[in-house]
Design a binder for this molecule. Structure first.
Ligand code: 6PG
Length: 251
């Protein structure tokens, strides 16, 4: 059972999560001279990314930030469905981050498994051959319960050796790349951003249950040496009390 930070709406949620992200980035750079972020796709983080590029942009030492992706739709980087494209449009165009520090998941291989392996090689290189230690991973939560591109019932949920896998999912676009749960669980901080009434049932199942990892992939997010935070708006929190306990049945 975990509680959640409940904010009135997506704007307040984005501001609160952005302020927290800035703190994490600054403290990582102050301590180690570098910061690694893994970004989520979807619509919810758009406002947060815009804030990181505008109101909060000058507080971030972009020359020390390295950007990665938690998942990617297997489409070209210019496709409207591309998570990389979304970040480019909302954030990258606005900030002085060196291009060599932006690491989108590759989507040009004929076989997506080769793309997953290429990203694993990159992660191993960037993290001294060890599991990736992201300072912050941002994740969304879909109404069907998927996080990154780890969908309920997927074999990828039991993967324990790979950092990145190619998956086929029951949603457009069906071919995706995703970090695995062990890769996520080596992060220092994992923040979920959840907004909108359509997420209320999935959020209640993830925070209150009853549920298991195969049905609620978010339950597999348990960093071994890190924190989890849930940033949610009131609409998504419809079935939660202020303490993250049920106040109404979603069924
Ligand atoms: C993706 C994701 C995915 C997303 C959720 C929530 O590439 O689709 O990274 O896990 O975060 O589906 O998406 P929304 O924010 O659009 O609701």
């Amino acid at each position: 059972m975990q509680g959640a930070h409940v904010l009135p709406d997506i704007d307040a949620l984005s501001r609160a999560a952005a302020a927290e992200a800035v703190g994490i980035i600054r403290s990582a750079v102050a301590q180690r001279g570098t910061c690694a972020l893994a970004l989520s796709g979807g619509n919810t983080p758009r406002s947060l990314y815009r804030l990181l590029g505008t109101a909060y942009g000058e507080q971030i030492p972009w020359e020390h930030v390295h950007l990665f992706w938690g998942d990617e739709r297997y489409v070209s980087p210019d496709d409207p469905a591309s998570n990389y494209r979304m970040v480019r449009e909302t954030l990258l165009n606005a900030v002085p981050i060196p291009a060599a520090q932006v690491h989108p998941m590759p989507t040009g291989h004929a076989d997506p498994n080769d793309a997953a392996r290429e990203y694993e090689v990159l992660l191993k290189r960037k993290f001294n051959d060890d599991w990736p230690r992201f300072d912050l991973i941002l994740l969304g939560l879909a109404p069907d319960g998927h996080i990154a591109s780890l969908f309920p019932g997927s074999k990828a949920l039991v993967e324990d050796k790979r950092r990145v896998v190619a998956v086929r999912v029951p949603k457009e676009p069906p071919q995706r790349l995703t970090l695995t749960l062990p890769a996520i669980n080596h992060a220092a901080n994992v923040h979920f951003l959840v907004a909108g009434r359509s997420k209320a049932g999935a959020l209640h199942r993830a925070l209150v249950g009853p549920c298991d990892v195969q049905t609620c992939p978010a339950l597999g997010v348990k960093p071994m040496d890190g924190t989890v935070a849930w940033w949610v708006d009131e609409a998504a929190a419809t079935f939660l009390s202020a303490e993250g306990r049920p106040r109404a049945s979603p069924h």
